[in-house]
Design a protein around this ligand. Structure first.
Ligand code: URA
Length: 269
């Protein structure tokens, strides 16, 4: 296919109207302007094509009911139950659902805002530039990425990386809360203002509140250390900002090393 016809096909594909134009014959070279995607689209991305019927609220994958979410007994169960979610408008725009990753027994959990472009493409949290910095932050306090758990308030990428709306965040929050219940972290580090506002209801600006312990009223109370989002640190790469984040991370590490539960665990070993 060449000339205006392939432009038409590309435009139709962009609109999700794939399949109206017959695919090229087997063995035919790819049309000019089309790229061979390095990462194959996940199965759920196919459902964005408008030829497929829209899910109904009774579709358990698209709108996982609260009781199913609450009944998920493992992170794997939970992921299976929610990864087809279309309960808010972000679901229809995602390439991949970004569940979060790390140890299911993590003592330390990091919570960011929501996936960006790289995360949407790979289906993993914090894999772009901000993720590289987060990896360094994690290593700086003596952990490997696989030993902590990294999650987000929303699991699907907001368009143009905007802040998720309160409605989108609240729609996704039961998933994050179930993750916390299953992991039972001893400390949570929130990254930026969004997780603090949406999970704890704290409206104070992050510059004022970072470094001050908060408490999440779940599982008898979980200490929460608010710090700057790594993307902010990259934008404001000053000694002051970096030192602030370092102090916040050290406080979290110290709590893990010195809090009563740590002493009890080591005494019983
Ligand atoms: N920013 C976030 O808040 N979360 C990610 O997963 C990536 C970037």
């Amino acid at each position: 296919m060449s000339g205006p016809l392939h432009l038409w096909r590309d435009a139709l594909q962009d609109l999700g109207l794939v399949g109206l134009v017959p695919p090229p014959a087997p063995g035919a070279p790819p049309a000019a302007g089309t790229s061979q995607a390095a990462i194959p689209p996940p199965p759920e991305a196919i459902s964005r094509g408008s030829r497929l019927p829209l899910p109904s609220p009774s579709d358990p994958g698209a709108f996982p009911p609260p009781e199913t979410v609450a009944a998920a007994a493992t992170l794997e169960d939970l992921q299976n139950c929610i990864s087809g979610c279309l309960a808010c408008p972000l679901g229809a725009g995602r390439i991949r659902f970004v569940f979060g990753e790390g140890s299911p027994k993590a003592t330390l959990m990091f919570i960011g805002e929501g996936p960006g472009r790289d995360e949407d493409l790979q289906g993993r949290p914090f894999v772009g530039k901000a993720g590289e910095l987060l990896d360094k932050m994690i290593a700086a306090i003596g952990f490997q990425r696989s030993e902590v758990f990294i999650g987000n308030v929303v699991k699907c990428r907001p368009p143009d990386n905007r802040t998720p709306t309160p409605q989108e965040s609240q729609c996704c929050l039961p998933y994050l809360k179930r993750q916390i219940e299953l992991i039972r972290p001893r400390v949570i580090v929130t990254l930026g203002a969004t997780p603090l506002r949406e999970l704890l209801g704290v409206q104070t600006g992050i510059t004022r509140i970072r470094g001050q312990w908060q408490r999440l009223e779940m599982l008898g109370g979980i200490p929460v250390m608010p710090t700057f989002h790594p993307a902010y640190v990259l934008r404001q790469y000053t000694q002051e900002v970096r030192r602030a984040v370092w102090n916040d991370l050290l406080a979290a590490r110290k709590w893990l090393d010195e809090s009563p539960q740590a002493q009890q665990t080591s005494a019983s070993e």
